[in-house]
Design a protein around this ligand. Structure first.
Ligand code: C2E
Ligand code: CA
Ligand code: CA
Ligand code: CA
Length: 279
């Protein structure tokens, strides 16, 4: 037992070493990617259930690496977060997405909201409000069109500081969205303690909404609670008409998912927008 324990240990450290090396390689490649435009942004529409119109878009970063192929953000965002590259990457996403959103608003002839994901390290960045203000001014995106997506965990890490940052962002006119809602373990009481404008129900609850009584109960409770607190609700990962109908019946405000469109490049997003009405 001892010997096998030791060999397990040996195997374990080797595996960890490989993982570390892989991360280092990915980190180095990512640094280059940021400088050499291997990164792009796709936009996934957010749709109002009231009238079926596109009301906004979520910016999702994509990395096409000559060496590593298409790398999923679920893989490289954590590496960017660990290495600190996330600050450079995040700033690039903000600038690019705001600029493209302004162009799409012109095409649409109306305001569209832009949702941008921020990671824990970005959220803790001392000058985040100043950075956002600068990006809004430079791009010309109205502050009330910008939504920042954060997670429950980020709020609970240091509630006092978080509340202060959120209040500052709200003063700028930026909306706060709690992403992956329902997956954290925090108390729901925080919804009343932080200035939150919108919650995004995690797609793990949406998947079996029509068949799984427990998931349905969670979704019903989230929507009812949000409505009574005057917080908007969007459901992500909507793939079927059945899921859409369920959410519509419960009074969910917005939906997002492959039923409508995956994330697409700005040029293709423009084609999803109905042409502006003739003057
Ligand atoms: P997320 O913020 O929860 O983004 C939603 C993810 O669900 C996206 O994956 C999207 O493509 C996928 N999705 C959308 N509709 C459906 C659907 O109907 N069914 C299913 N099964 N999936 C759907 P993606 O683009 O791979 O992004 C993964 C995660 O990476 C995001 O999760 C977000 O946490 C992170 N991420 C992406 N872009 C950025 C960014 O610019 N900055 C930061 N900090 N994180 C980002
Ligand atoms: Ca998100
Ligand atoms: Ca999400
Ligand atoms: Ca997620």
């Amino acid at each position: 037992a001892k010997a096998s324990g030791r060999s397990n240990f040996h195997w374990f450290t080797t595996a960890m070493l490989q993982q570390t090396e892989e991360k280092l390689a990915l980190g180095t490649a990512l640094r280059r990617a940021i400088e050499s435009s291997e990164l792009t942004i796709v936009y996934q529409p957010e749709i109002s259930l009231r009238d079926g119109r596109i009301v906004g878009m979520e910016a999702l970063v994509r990395w096409s690496s000559p060496r590593h192929g298409e790398v999923s953000p679920d893989r490289f965002i954590p590496v960017a977060e660990e290495t600190g590259l996330i600050l450079t990457l995040g700033e690039w996403v903000l600038h690019s997405a705001c600029r493209e959103c302004v162009a799409l608003q012109r095409t649409a002839g109306r305001n569209l909201r832009l949702a941008v994901n921020v990671s824990p390290r970005q959220f803790q960045q001392k000058d985040l409000p100043q950075l956002l203000q600068r990006v809004l001014t430079e791009s010309g995106l109205p502050a009330h069109c910008m939504e920042l997506e954060i997670t429950e965990g980020m709020l609970m890490q240091s509630p006092e500081e978080s509340a202060e940052v959120l209040r500052e962002l709200r003063r700028l006119g930026i909306a706060i969205v709690v992403d992956d809602f329902g997956t954290g373990y925090s108390s729901l009481a925080y919804l009343t303690r932080f200035p939150i404008d919108k919650i995004k129900i995690d797609r793990s609850f949406v998947r079996d909404i029509a068949n799984d009584a427990a998931d349905a109960a969670v979704v019903n409770a989230i929507i009812a609670m949000a409505r009574s607190l005057d917080i908007r609700v969007i459901a992500e990962g909507v793939e079927t008409e059945e899921q859409e109908q369920y959410l519509l019946d419960r009074g969910c405000d917005e939906v997002q998912g492959f039923r409508y469109s995956p994330g697409v490049r700005a040029e293709d997003f423009a084609r999803l927008l109905e042409p502006p009405r003739a003057a």
